[in-house]
Design a protein around this ligand. Structure first.
Ligand SMILES: Cc1ncc(COP(=O)(O)O)c(C=O)c1O
Length: 429
């Protein structure tokens, strides 16, 4: 498997080795995590949906424990933008692990983390030159929410319908993707501090909500990712940024999915004519390792004040050396190989081939969606059985989300489009 393979299927999907492992998973993992049909899950009413079990991935290919090879059009939730197990990322991690595996977050920083903070400041749009590092996208958004509270003294947040910002308790009420995610926890999250407005709303609606000095943060994704690959209307982000600031709130862009080249620019905000006060990145940042960052202007970040020895915001693994080393490799690749430009070109090719078939394609760069309505989930399952991995997106799962790695080849694109046509034919309306 070299990353540019077409699917090679040796067994049914999922195969017997996957199923055996899923039986074990079924016993030992909380049943809410992985959809499956093994014994216990079935008893709990789970979907008829066993996962295949990954064992290896490189470039745009994934191999499962049965030896079946797939083309991954998800990049593993958008993480492997540079390709799974990119040799430069692997080498950076190998070298770093030979030197220093773990440093001490806020107490004693390590050189790799400092180099990464410097590199982030250099590539960031505008003057977003000060960062708080985290391990997940949710961490980065949590840091943005806390920063807004510190900077403005206001605890209200405005987010948007269809938006997704992670599931940790602090950011949970921001998501407008699925109420079911928030419902059981409504009493312990600050749901009453969050107002959600329609995606693409009239900026005046935002202005009306901002009256009264309560809202400190307005946060949006440049393209609704999980919410269905829907780009913001032209000029809208700049408009709501202006209105947010006029209302005394900070404006944050959640670029956890769009950032680091995915949309055909280093950050989607570059194409929007607006620089936010805070910007969250994660997913593709470290090419496969868990790392995220909330970037802000010096003026905003300085409102935290200086640490007096015990950091007001930190975590044990803050700025983990392996993640920082991997992120430095990713930033090098993005710049030296113009991977955002490559994402534009690959994305245009994929969108064109999908459009040729008359499908309703949306999105930008290598963050695309094809609307198949209620058939999307069934089509994604059929595609899996043909060796192509995709995930449904959209608040009703009405879209096939396509976020392949930037190394996806012409042959893989052609193979996928052919498979999609067959899957659509085989899936009853
Ligand atoms: C836009 C956006 N923000 C935040 C998150 C949360 O990231 P994580 O799952 O790493 O916490 C996601 C994850 O899909 C995302 O797409």
């Amino acid at each position: 498997m070299t990353g540019d393979w077409l699917p090679v299927l040796r067994t049914e999907v999922p195969g017997p080795a996957s199923r055996r492992r899923v039986d074990v998973l079924s016993v030992h993992e909380c049943p809410a995590i992985t959809a499956r049909r093994a014994r216990r899950a079935a008893a709990l009413g789970a979907a008829d949906d066993d996962p295949l079990v990954w064992s290896e991935a490189v470039g745009a290919n994934v191999r499962d424990v049965d030896g079946n090879v797939y083309v991954d059009l998800t990049s593993g939730f958008g993480v492997a933008f540079v390709g799974h197990r990119h040799p430069r990322v692997v080498e950076a991690v190998r070298r770093q692990s030979g030197r220093l595996l773990h440093a001490m977050g806020d107490a004693w920083p390590d050189a790799t983390r400092i180099a990464l903070l410097d590199a982030l400041a250099r590539i960031a749009p505008g003057e977003l030159e000060v960062s708080i590092l985290g391990l997940s996208g949710s961490d980065a958004v949590e840091a943005a929410v806390k920063t807004a509270v510190v900077a403005t003294g206001r605890t209200g947040v405005v987010a948007f319908e269809g938006g997704y910002h992670g599931l940790t308790l602090g950011v949970l009420p921001l998501q407008g993707y699925k109420e079911a995610f928030t419902d059981p926890f409504r009493d312990i999250v600050a749901a009453d501090r969050v107002r959600r407005l329609p995606w693409g709303c009239d900026p005046q609606q935002l202005a009306d909500v901002l009256v009264g000095d309560k809202v400190g943060l307005v946060i949006a994704e440049p393209i609704l990712g999980r919410g269905g690959m829907i780009p913001a209307p032209a000029g809208w982000l700049a408009d709501i940024a202006r209105v947010a600031r006029e209302g005394g709130a900070l404006f944050a862009l959640d670029e956890v999915q769009t950032g680091m080249g995915r949309t055909g620019a280093l950050f989607a905000t570059e194409e929007e004519g607006v620089v936010p006060d805070l910007m969250c990145v994660g997913k593709a940042l470290a090419g496969g390792l868990p790392l995220s960052a909330c970037l802000g202007t010096r003026a905003v970040m300085d409102t935290w004040g200086a640490s007096t020895g015990e950091a007001l915001h930190t975590q044990t693994f803050l700025g983990h050396p392996l993640g920082c080393a991997a992120a430095l490799a990713v930033i090098g690749l993005l710049q030296e190989e113009d991977l955002p430009g490559r994402a534009r070109e690959r994305g245009a090719r994929l969108a064109e081939r999908l459009g040729d078939r008359g499908w309703d394609v949306r999105g930008r760069g290598l963050m695309l969606g094809v609307a198949f309505g209620t058939r999307s989930l069934a089509i994604s399952r059929t595609l899996q059985s043909m060796g192509y991995l995709v995930l449904p997106a959209g608040t009703r799962g009405e879209v096939l989300g396509l976020t392949p790695p930037v190394c996806v080849t012409d042959a893989q694109i052609e193979g996928f489009v052919e498979a999609l046509a067959r899957a659509e034919e085989e899936t009853p309306a």
